[in-house]
Design a protein around this ligand. Structure first.
Ligand code: T46
Length: 153
């Protein structure tokens, strides 16, 4: 739910993440004559404690990133500059998001396969993550990911 407070758009209710989920949502925007300011607080604007931030930039034309899923990690992707596309697949549904606004986040929950492509030349993808880097949390093989989904049923 969004409410315009006169100081920009503020989100009033906590978003609810979870396994297999992906969706876009809006962060607060504080606009004034000097430009816009957006802020993110863990466990308030994202549904997890913030434990890691990283960013992708200088991505060459035609490059494809991602190609994996996470067992437990929750993340939010934001396009700070330029644009890129994110395809997500939870084994049941596939969706594609185009990110090109700095106040829009794409939540990706655990057990969602993601691929990122069509990065514009000036694209910067900021990622907010619930946990520190752990290679053992990755599924980097799609068939293994699908098998794990079936095993968890
Ligand atoms: C995701 C998408 C959106 C680290 O050492 N620490 C880190 O925090 C990260 C994210 C990566 N790395 C190392 C691991 C690899 O040797 O950096 C190298 C490149 O990582 P990767 O190929 O996983 O990068 P992407 O862009 O394909 O995927 C990354 C995240 O790994 C992934 O969780 O969802 O961005």
């Amino acid at each position: 739910m969004l409410k315009n407070t006169g100081q920009g758009v503020q989100r009033m209710t906590m978003i609810v993440g979870g396994r297999g989920k992906s969706f876009t949502f809006k962060f607060p925007v504080i606009p004034d004559a000097r430009g816009n300011l957006t802020f993110v607080e863990g466990n308030r604007h994202v549904p997890f404690e913030l434990n890691r931030v990283y960013y992708l930039y200088d991505v060459p034309s035609g490059a494809v990133r991602g190609g994996h899923a996470h067992r437990d990690l929750e993340q939010v992707l934001i396009s700070l500059s330029g644009s890129f596309d994110v395809s997500v697949d939870n084994g049941v549904t596939r969706e594609r998001y185009s990110l090109n606004r700095s106040h829009i986040g794409l939540y990706i929950g655990p057990m969602v396969w993601r691929e990122m492509e069509n990065f514009s030349s000036n694209a910067i993808c900021l990622v907010l993550a619930s946990k520190i880097y752990d290679e053992s949390d990755y599924f980097r093989d799609y068939d293994q990911f699908i098998k794990e989904l079936a095993d968890q049923q």
